[in-house]
Design a protein around this ligand. Structure first.
Ligand code: BGC
Length: 563
């Protein structure tokens, strides 16, 4: 049943209060460093996806995907790069397993290449060699006590399915379900964490609105909504299949990975700006999360905006399709935990967008800007705004009834120096810790992106997210842990950031009021390295190197360092 207006009003009020609570934080408060550890059993992971690392694009009977077709024909990717070989993980499984073990992660998030398993997308084309590869990977992980976190679909749709209209067609719901059913039956004895779809918002908007990603359909006003509708139903159907046929026997959980930026209002004291920021959240995250985690239906903000615009545009009906009551009941509650991919924060303000051309982007009535006070990363529009993660997690807690949350992707491409990546993780993971320890967010896992330098979609190999370097010029694709891998290893080992002994006295003084001003902000807290690092080279050289280059002040990470 839909919530009453009173409850909805209250919920919105809670979100406003939440924004106000945080937005009155001073910059100093925002950067305060919080010492502490995550709860026992916290799932520390690292991620990859099939097309980005596997290579072997046509090996052993694999069928082509829409990303194979796109990268092999477009000239829009830097250096005309593609994933034909990528990190060659299809042939270097043992190296990957070794690196994961050395990093001591608790989970590994990877995706299955649908067209490696079903070359034409359907069961009749089953490719046993593809299944064998994933069996070896999963068995290897289990042998090392690493939980496989498996994404069933990370953008690489079998090309054969695109030829029959892909996600624009409602037939995809059953086709996807059959593929998932096969994977549950085949791998579910060992896989206990399933993610149906990675970032459906990206598929709908970049694939069918902007058209810069495959299948490159440029139709900003209509098809993103149609495609999203089918993706939501496909997810729900796969969830029910797992629930009905496999859960009892296999005892795993299933969810969907949703991408969410944090949208900060340009002025938190202006109600219209706060409403705009909330609407931005609803258009990106709520588009999928509201039906799945709330009532089976789209958020009001989406229904009103698209409905009103469509009316003014003299269209016979809203461009946003609607769910039947039966569909709503089928969709709501179809995720066991909340999985969120997060990269950046944007500042938004109200703006009356043009009515033409029809577009999801203008349906939002907002303008976006960069957060002015945060360091840049290599990717334009992706500033590193760590405090945005804490706000996002709190927003999810308020909006979706305090679910258990897994951060299923978080990371940065850095321009010249892995030291910036270390700072990124240090600051972001500390904000996740604050959300968990100070705000009561039920955070259950954190996944760093990426396992290794990989094919980064539209950026090719130009902007890299890896904690391991891959030499793409060498046919053997040698991998080397970066300084960030050592750093992440230590965070995992410590389960967060325990208060160091030499700070305990200060901390105690502060607690008793003897010291009034804390200086353990993220700027001043030193980086600590363990001698226990997984690299064969040792890390001393890399440390002094990175410290040197941090002096160049190219980015504005808080600049004080002590050693
Ligand atoms: C994708 C990842 C990718 C990351 C950085 C995310 O949106 O899900 O596959 O590695 O962006 O490009």
């Amino acid at each position: 049943m839909d919530q009453c207006l009173h409850c909805r009003g209250l919920q919105r009020l809670c979100r406003f209060l939440l924004l106000q609570k945080f937005s009155s934080q001073s910059n100093f408060d925002r950067q305060m460093y919080h010492y502490g550890t995550f709860p026992e059993g916290f799932s520390w992971g690292i991620s990859s996806s099939a097309y980005q690392i596997e290579g072997g694009w046509n090996a052993d009977g694999k069928g082509p995907s829409i990303w194979d077709r796109f990268t092999q024909t477009t000239n829009t990717i830097p250096d005309n790069a593609n994933g034909n070989v990528a990190c060659d993980s299809y042939n270097r499984l043992n190296e990957d397993l070794y690196m994961l073990r050395a990093l001591r992660v608790k989970s590994y998030r990877f995706s299955l290449s649908w067209s490696r398993i079903f070359p034409d997308g359907t069961r009749k084309s089953l490719n046993q060699k593809g299944v064998d590869y994933y069996n070896r990977l999963i068995d290897g992980l289990i042998a090392y006590n690493i939980e496989p976190m498996v994404t069933l679909y990370h953008w690489d749709l079998p090309e054969a399915l695109q030829k029959v209209n892909g996600w624009e067609s409602a037939e995809m719901i059953d086709i996807f379900n059959d593929y998932c059913d096969f994977c549950f039956a085949t791998f579910g004895d060992r896989v206990k964490f399933w993610i149906t779809i990675n970032q459906p918002q990206t598929i709908a908007w970049s694939g069918y609105g902007l058209g810069n990603m495959p299948p490159n359909v440029v139709d900003p006003g209509y098809r993103p909504y149609i495609v999203a509708h089918n993706l939501i139903k496909a997810h729900a159907k796969a969830y029910h299949t797992y629930d009905d046929k496999y859960r009892q026997l296999q005892g795993g959980l299933i969810s969907i990975a949703l991408n969410a930026d944090w949208f900060e209002p340009a002025d938190v004291n202006v109600v219209r700006e706060v409403v705009t920021a909330d609407r931005a959240m609803q258009f990106q995250l709520g588009w999928f999360a509201h039906p799945i985690f709330k009532n089976g239906d789209y958020p009001d903000a989406l229904k009103w905006q698209v409905g009103n615009k469509s009316e003014i545009q003299s269209l016979p009906q809203s461009r946003l399709p609607s769910f039947t009551e039966e569909e709503k009941n089928f969709i709501k509650g179809t995720a066991d935990v909340f999985c969120v991919n997060h990269y950046t924060t944007r500042v938004v303000s109200y703006f009356t967008a043009a009515l033409q051309p029809h577009s999801y982007e203008s349906d939002r009535d907002m303008r976006e800007a960069e957060e002015p006070d945060s360091p840049t990363t290599a990717i334009p529009n992706q500033k590193a705004v760590a405090w945005g993660l804490r706000r996002l997690l709190n927003w999810i807690k308020e909006e979706y009834g305090d679910p258990e949350i897994y951060i299923t992707e978080n990371g940065a491409a850095v321009e010249w120096d892995d030291f910036e990546r270390v700072m990124f993780y240090k600051a972001y993971i500390d904000e996740a810790l604050k959300a968990n320890n100070l705000d009561g967010v039920r955070l259950r896992g954190y996944t760093a992106t990426a396992f290794m330098d990989s094919f980064e979609w539209l950026y090719g190999y130009k902007f890299l997210f890896g904690l391991h370097h891959v030499d793409f010029t060498n046919p053997d694709r040698p991998r080397t842990p970066k300084y960030s891998a050592h750093y992440y290893y230590n965070i995992i080992k410590d389960n967060g950031f325990p208060l160091p002994d030499d700070e305990k006295m200060l901390h105690d003084c502060r607690q008793t009021g003897l010291v009034h001003h804390s200086f353990d902000t993220s700027s001043a807290q030193p980086l600590r390295l363990s001698t226990n690092c997984p690299s064969q080279n040792g890390c001393t050289d890399q440390v002094s190197l990175t410290l040197l280059s941090s002096n160049t002040q190219k980015v504005r990470w808080p600049a004080v360092w002590k050693y």
